[in-house]
Design a protein around this ligand. Structure first.
Ligand code: NAD
Length: 540
């Protein structure tokens, strides 16, 4: 084949509205209905083959204790090792597969997902992760389609990076995949992230062992089926369900671990760094670690802030997907004059949000939190705050009878260092700290120092000087910073995503920076007129 191929120009996938009475709504409802009735077997997939282990766990529905979706086959150490072996065996052919053919697998997956597979991935995400239809659509459909299409264009940008050459020589960069295999370990809260973490390294010619979250196993199952339907060759991505610690232990025992692509909580990421560090002399090469972790994301308002956009940003930013976004607004710093105007509308908004069975009624705004552990954590944090005299403005009454429901909760804390102002709770709990209007400088210092994370944050102000000051003072406090907008909802290609400090390595998923991490460049210098005399001029 000869020709310099240009990949298709990516555009963001349009978000479907699923309005009542629409055909798209009826189609999705039918798929949800079928999925609630079909209890599936979700095997590991190793070297393209389904592997059942008999050691099963159940894929659950957070908003319905009475419904079980799948029997998921957990990998033992033996299956994780088999997945590593399959990845290593597939590496030779896949790493040499021409770029256009690697692209076509993932572009086809994007097209399938945009079409006939959309309902399946949305339905699985609605049921297994308790997302509203809007939240499932922007995640399992649109964001993943965007990752797949934009990554192809970003990969092309990586390959286009070439060094200078002068007369008599030609320098070329061969952007090789890493030598070994990549382990992808993914979180429950975004089907798109579960899809992106194994596919991004694979696009660059790597082969992958993928360990999805146990709490997202049904969506992961359908993602793997989508990749297979798109023509992914056997062994390029190997799916192992089950225990994360075990998968990491087996993977870090292999000298061939070349990279770790992780998204999840900060403590687990610390553990992965520790594990790789302890075994560092056993690897053939220093493994790449790309890890995106938690957030304690802020909204800070200046006295000049407009009220209505601020109320909506707090409501959507804190409560969409039950606050289970790494970017969710969970601490707000509002001047007293603004708080007096925000307080009632915010309480009204939070109180008006519908919560319930997101699969049964697609008009529902919120589902349940992911599991009993999360629910108990939220309940205990609210109870503890209440016992410490923190005001519960709205919500604060979790109910675990039918599902793991935690209502939108707004706390008002005098202490900016109270637990709910500083710790990532990962639930629909927003804590507001009210400051004196004259204390703008001090509050910015507090926002910067108040939490160990630095993922997202937002400033609301109509005063340009105040915006400039916040942008400067909070420079290290957020990897994604918003001016007069909510701190959630980043879009691939438009707001590359990631944070620093305890929020991760900030390798910006959905950008060229992430893909750059999955190659190890080799520079080739070819000389046409090599010297034939070893002496330099100064030698006379
Ligand atoms: P988690 O850390 O509990 O789990 C993530 C993955 O790690 C899962 O596959 C899990 O099985 C595995 N795991 C758990 N314990 C492990 C261990 N000891 N060793 C190895 N692997 C282990 O996270 P979660 O609850 O699934 O996801 C929520 C977290 O992810 C939040 O902290 C959230 O902020 C973060 N997150 C961050 C981003 C981002 O881009 N920065 C995006 C989404 C989620």
């Amino acid at each position: 084949m000869s020709g310099r191929f240009r990949v298709p120009e990516p555009v963001n996938e349009p978000i479907r509205g699923y309005a009542p009475g629409s055909g798209e709504r009826a189609s999705l409802e039918a798929r949800i209905d079928a999925m609630t009735k079909e209890r599936v077997e979700a095997p590991c997939v190793i070297d393209g083959r389904d592997v059942t282990t008999g050691d099963t766990f159940v894929a659950k529905v957070p908003h319905r204790h009475d419904l079980e979706l799948a029997d998921v086959h957990a990998a033992g150490r033996e299956q994780v090792q088999a997945a590593i072996d399959a990845a290593l065996a597939a590496r030779h052919d896949w790493s040499r597969m021409p770029f256009e053919h690697r692209c076509s697998v993932f572009l086809r997956a994007a097209d399938l997902l945009a079409g006939s597979w959309r309902d399946t991935l949305n339905a699985a995400t609605i049921l297994n992760q308790s997302k509203s239809v809007q939240q499932a659509e922007i995640d399992a459909a649109c964001e993943l389609i965007d990752f797949l299409r934009f990554n192809v264009a970003f990969a092309q940008q990586v390959y286009e990076q070439q060094p200078a050459s002068v007369a008599g020589e030609w320098n070329r960069t061969d952007h090789r995949p890493l030598e070994g295999f990549v382990l992808a370990v993914t979180p429950f809260n975004f089907t798109a992230i579960a899809g992106n973490l194994p596919t991004a390294p694979a696009l660059m010619g790597n082969t992958v062992v993928w360990k999805p979250s146990e709490k997202q196993a049904l969506s992961a199952h359908w993602l793997m089926r989508l990749f297979q339907a798109a023509g992914l060759p056997d062994g390029v991505i190997n799916l192992v369900h089950g225990d994360g610690a075990q998968a990491v232990d087996v993977a870090t025992n292999s000298p061939h671990l070349a990279g770790l692509h992780f998204t999840g909580s900060a403590n687990v990421l610390s553990g992965l760094f520790r594990m790789v560090g302890e075994r560092i002399d056993t690897f053939r090469a220093f493994p790449r670690i790309v890890g995106e972790s938690g957030g304690k994301d802020f909204v800070v308002a200046h006295p000049s802030a407009l009220i209505d956009p601020l109320v909506v940003a707090l409501g959507r930013g804190a409560f969409e997907y039950q606050g289970q976004k790494c970017s969710a607004a969970s601490r707000a710093y509002l001047p007293r004059s603004v708080w007096e105007q925000v307080r009632d509308p915010l309480a009204d908004l939070a109180g008006s949000l519908t919560m319930g069975d997101v699969g049964d009624d697609l008009s529902t705004f919120m589902g349940a939190v992911i599991d009993g552990n999360a629910w108990r954590k939220h309940r205990d944090a609210i109870d503890e705050a209440r016992a410490q005299g923190v005001e519960v403005l709205v919500g604060g009454t979790p109910d675990g009878t039918d599902g793991w429901f935690v209502p939108p909760t707004v706390l008002v804390s005098d202490d900016p260092r109270s637990r709910t102002m500083t710790e990532e709770l990962f639930g629909p709990i927003l804590t507001v700290h009210v400051y004196d209007d004259g204390a703008w400088d001090d509050v910015l210092t507090e926002v910067d120092a108040g939490a160990p994370y630095a993922l997202t944050g937002a400033v609301f102000s109509q005063d340009l000087d105040a915006i400039a000051q916040a942008t400067d003072t909070l420079r290290d406090a957020a990897g994604n910073f918003y001016v007069n907008d909510k701190p959630t909802g980043s879009i691939v290609g438009r707001q590359p995503f990631g944070g620093a400090r305890r929020s991760g390595t900030n390798d910006k998923a959905g950008s060229v920076l992430n893909l750059q991490r999955w190659v190890s460049p080799r520079v080739i210098k070819e000389t046409w007129a090599a010297p034939i005399d070893h002496r330099y001029p100064h030698q006379g």
